[in-house]
Design a protein around this ligand. Structure first.
Ligand code: 28F
Length: 643
């Protein structure tokens, strides 16, 4: 008895230590306390329900954002076990919610567990970071409930009724003492749950946002799994193989699922997952996929005399042009490497994926010769374009070696040569470019005005891009090459800032430039070097009052309200609406948009690569109808601006 008491206390102290540490250093467990970390909490709880689905016991997961930013997640699995541990006298369910890593997430026997990145930290972390948590379990003929506040049990598991059903429901309110914001972003959650539904064939996930009226909701259930995923990625693209190539097989204890569909576009669009985690940095599974794709297509081309004896092999990048693919593997003990711990390191996985895909893909090509032929024709012209691009590049290199200055003539460069402090504003149009040149701080701010018709990047291969007179100044100014040659260590400016008007044309230029960066200087976006300048939409002025600049419609409303409180009425103010950057004089442009002390800028992130790719394709692809829809949808916004 003595000993028992002692152990019990020791355990309890450890439990408290664990969760208190989570509250002290939340970043260590959920990455950050920004909106990202907030969303991460939802994923943790939903992940547990998905695990129950992967174990084969759960078919439905419902997620609700309730008014007040309360999250409710419910599944129809077996319910977390409610039996009481003989030693600790605490229920299994309470242990899962109060003990760090008690969910069997590390090791354990419940299938393919996650140990990389920030995933799988578990329910107890979410509990520790919530103002309150309420868990309701239906199981063993009863309804059981327990409650917590900031990780501490305020009501142990109690039977509150009878039920013939089974399942787990978790409601929690994230702690405002911990998080910068409690405002969940519906779109972000929706996107993640769509992805999770693609990755778990047949699982139905619903999401509902009850903070808004009418309620916003979506439900996802894909019987096709990854096949549905690539169809979704390609929905606005012209397909080469109508049915995606689909492989689903388990080798040893490694389940592999792959779907591949070729499109007529010039970009490569491959997503890979390990244990449902997006492996942004790739790894051994992706390596196996790429090797197989290259080998099988080359072998087929040789054996069918499409490549002659004298021809060189096609290169991997040629064979990946226009491909959309998703690869998902489950690995029992994944080794995650790389900067963001999203690169699979397990070496055995390469061979598993490669041999499985070799067999399935070569069979597919033999059975679908028309598809094989169409893809190979595309690969061969990609390889010719690559060769042409190489020659064009060499020409540029040779030219620049001869010329005294390799910088574009229109560039008004800054005096500093230290990329860390230098920034370049890419500005559309004459007058704005002129104001920017006069208004800037010439020590570290460079201005590159753009002229002429912008190239449609979606429809252009690398050789055209290299010779385009509008983009070439951008390439030369940034100074780090493009495509496979892009070398981020050579960039001449730490910040590349797109400055365009807040109108339709401005939006077009922004989209085009972002497409270009996304496709040809992707590390620049990944590394956080690309920004969007935010010029003001309105100026409020009154005699004797300092001018007030507003950057959004909401900002304008807010300023009105604040001024009214000070007794300044609306009719005594003069409001100027800026139609374009050109309407501002150099001082105003500096003060509102370029002065690092006062400006606001938006950093362009890769967070939503799928979305970006979609928009680019939509705006510039061959399909007319989706583009028309996009413009129509955005016309509302445009009208809004043209008060
Ligand atoms: C809304 C969030 O968390 N669902 C869960 C289960 C089911 C089991 C389980 C969970 C046992 C002791 C580790 C049931 N029966 N939804 C959820 N459903 N956890 S979480 O077990 C956890 C282990 O500690 C479960 C038999 N085995 C497992």
């Amino acid at each position: 008895m003595e000993k028992f008491e002692h152990e019990y206390n020791a355990d309890q102290i450890q439990v408290l230590d664990g969760l208190e540490h989570v509250r002290k250093r939340p970043g260590m467990y959920i990455g950050s306390v920004s909106v990202r970390g907030l969303h991460h909490c939802v994923y943790e709880i939903v992940d547990n329900a998905v695990d129950e689905a992967l174990a084969g016991y759960c078919n439905n997961i419902n997620v609700v954002i309730e008014p007040g930013n309360i999250i409710c997640v419910e599944d129809d699995g077996r319910g977390i076990p409610v039996d009481i541990h003989s030693k600790t006298k605490i229920s299994a369910a309470e242990t899962v919610y109060t003990q760090l890593n008690a969910g069997g997430k590390f090791g354990g026997d419940s299938g393919y567990k996650v140990s990389g990145g920030l995933h799988g930290v578990g329910a107890s972390v979410v509990n520790a970071l919530s103002e309150w948590t309420e868990v309701t379990i239906q199981r063993d003929g009863g309804i059981f409930q327990m409650k917590f506040e900031r990780g501490k049990t305020v009501q142990s598991l109690t039977r509150i009724g009878d039920s013939k059903k089974t399942g787990t429901k978790v409601r929690f309110l994230a702690d405002s003492q911990i998080f910068e914001t409690l405002e969940y972003e519906y779109e972000v959650l929706e996107k993640r749950f769509r992805e999770m539904a693609f990755l778990t064939k047949g699982l139905k996930i619903t999401i509902e946002d009850r903070r808004v009226d009418p309620v916003q909701k979506a439900d996802f259930c894909f019987e096709g799994g990854l096949k549905s995923f690539v169809e979704y990625l390609n929905k606005n693209k012209e397909k080469i193989n109508k049915e995606p190539i689909y492989i689903e097989k388990t080798e040893g204890d490694v389940p592999v699922e792959i779907a591949i569909q070729y499109t007529t576009s010039y970009s490569e669009n491959i997503y890979s997952f390990v244990n449902n985690i997006n492996t942004i940095e790739g790894g051994t599974h992706l390596e196996g996929f790429k090797r197989s794709l290259t080998k099988v297509f080359n072998d087929y081309a040789r054996s069918h005399n499409i490549l002659k004896d004298k021809d060189a092999n096609l290169m991997g990048e040629d064979i990946r042009e226009g491909v959309s693919a998703v690869i998902s593997v489950k690995v029992r003990e994944p080794q995650f490497e790389g900067q963001t711990k999203t690169k699979l390191g397990n070496s055995e996985v390469t061979g598993i994926v490669q041999s499985m895909m070799n067999e399935a893909l070569s069979t597919f090509l033999e059975e679908n010769p028309a598809v094989a032929k169409a893809v190979l024709e595309k690969c061969i012209s990609a390889s010719r374009a690559r060769e042409a691009a190489r020659k064009a590049r060499e020409l540029v290199r040779r030219k620049s070696a001869l010329e005294t200055s390799t910088l574009p003539g229109k560039l008004a460069d800054c005096s500093s040569k230290n990329p860390e402090e230098c920034e370049v504003y890419i500005v559309e149009g004459d007058s704005a470019g002129g104001s920017a040149k006069q208004g800037r701080d010439r020590k570290y701010q460079a201005i590159l005005p753009l002229w002429g018709k912008m190239l449609n990047v979606e429809k252009s291969r690398a050789d055209k891009i290299y010779n385009n007179d509008k983009l070439q100044p951008v390439i030369l100014a940034v100074g780090a090459g493009i495509g496979a040659d892009f070398d981020i260590t050579k960039i001449r400016y730490g910040k590349v800032i797109i400055m365009a008007d807040a109108d339709v044309d401005g939006a077009h230029i922004r989209t085009l430039l972002l497409t270009f960066f996304f496709r040809y200087m992707r590390p620049l976006i990944e590394n956080g070097n690309v920004f969007l300048a935010q010029p003001p939409l309105f100026k409020l002025s009154k005699k004797g009052m300092q001018d007030i600049y507003c950057y959004t419609d909401e900002g304008l409303e807010k300023s009105f309200a604040e001024l009214e409180e000070k007794g300044i009425s609306r009719d005594s103010l003069s409001i100027q609406r800026y139609k374009g950057l050109g309407e501002m004089n150099p001082e105003q442009l500096w003060e509102t948009t370029m002065n690092p002390e006062t400006r606001t800028m938006i950093k362009v992130t890769m967070d939503d690569a799928i979305k970006a790719d979609e928009t680019f394709t939509l705006l510039m692809g061959d399909e007319v109808e989706p583009r028309r829809q996009f413009i129509e949808q955005n016309a509302k916004y445009v009208k809004n601006l043209d008060i």
